[in-house]
Write a protein that binds this ligand. Structure first.
Ligand code: HEM
Length: 228
């Protein structure tokens, strides 16, 4: 009698990229339905309001890009880190368009935003474990390369921009987002993470979405917006 072939263990967890997307579906919907985003997409945000958003994003990306560079040798961070898609320069270019006026583009002026303070602190803490950094990188850059592309096109149309002020949505190094995102997801899926580590990454993605949501709520209050 032959001995039975050893059972091949079935994968117990979804690939990391799927776990991250599925695990943040509800948070994504909440972010999509914020009053700021809805009003922005309707063409109802004043240039100073959009500048207030960009100034917040500027601090978020400054932290993401600073921590990414500092941890670039970490094998988890290396799977996503890509200086060619950094956004800080694009945000500064856009701020010059939206925050026109004497002194308004003074980038050294501190941004008074508890939501940004909390977000930046969380990104800095994520430098302690590459998996947490990956969660923050994914939430912003994959979003920018996904729905962000459509948002950029709507802004151009509604605000009659003719290409000005939307550098944030343009990725000269990524002519086609789909193959880039496919490659990004394959690199995520090739990471050797335990089930528990995958769960930690997903929890950090959810946290990253909540921090973005808090940033939108803060803008809603500052700009006097409410959900329709
Ligand atoms: C009105 C606002 C938004 C709209 C209309 C929107 C729309 C979309 C759409 C249509 C996709 C799927 C695109 C595709 O499959 O290629 C997507 C993906 C994504 N979005 Fe958004 N989004 C919005 C806001 C946000 C925000 C605020 C964040 C985070 C800060 C975000 C993060 C993401 C991420 C990470 C993905 C990639 C999901 C994956 O494939 O793993 N989105 N978004």
């Amino acid at each position: 009698m032959s001995t039975p072939a050893p059972a091949i263990p079935l994968p117990t967890t979804a690939p990391l990229s799927v776990a991250m997307r599925d695990g943040s579906r509800a948070e994504h919907e909440a972010a999509e339905s914020s009053a700021f985003m809805a009003t922005l997409l309707d063409g109802g945000i004043e240039p100073s309001g959009y500048a207030a958003y960009l100034r917040r994003l500027r601090r978020v990306y400054e932290a993401l890009e600073r921590v990414g560079r500092a941890c670039a040798a970490d094998p988890l961070v290396a799977a996503v880190h890509d200086p060619a898609i950094e956004r800080l320069g694009a945000i500064d270019t856009d701020l010059e368009h939206w925050a026109a006026g004497p002194g308004a583009t003074d980038l050294d002026e501190p941004v008074d935003s508890p939501a940004v303070d909390a977000y930046v602190a969380r990104i800095e803490a994520a430098g302690a474990w590459g998996g947490a950094y990956v969660a923050h990188h994914y939430t912003r850059y994959l979003g920018d390369l996904s729905g962000g592309q459509a948002i950029g096109r709507v802004l151009e149309r509604h605000y009659d921009l003719d290409g000005a002020g939307v550098a944030f949505y343009e990725f000269p190094a990524v002519p086609k987002p789909k193959p880039y995102k496919d490659g990004y997801r394959s690199r995520l899926d090739a990471l050797d993470l335990s089930e528990e580590e995958v769960a930690r990454v997903v929890a950090e993605v959810q946290e990253a979405f909540r921090l973005n949501q808090a940033l939108f709520l803060e803008l809603d209050a500052e700009l006097g917006l409410s959900r329709a």
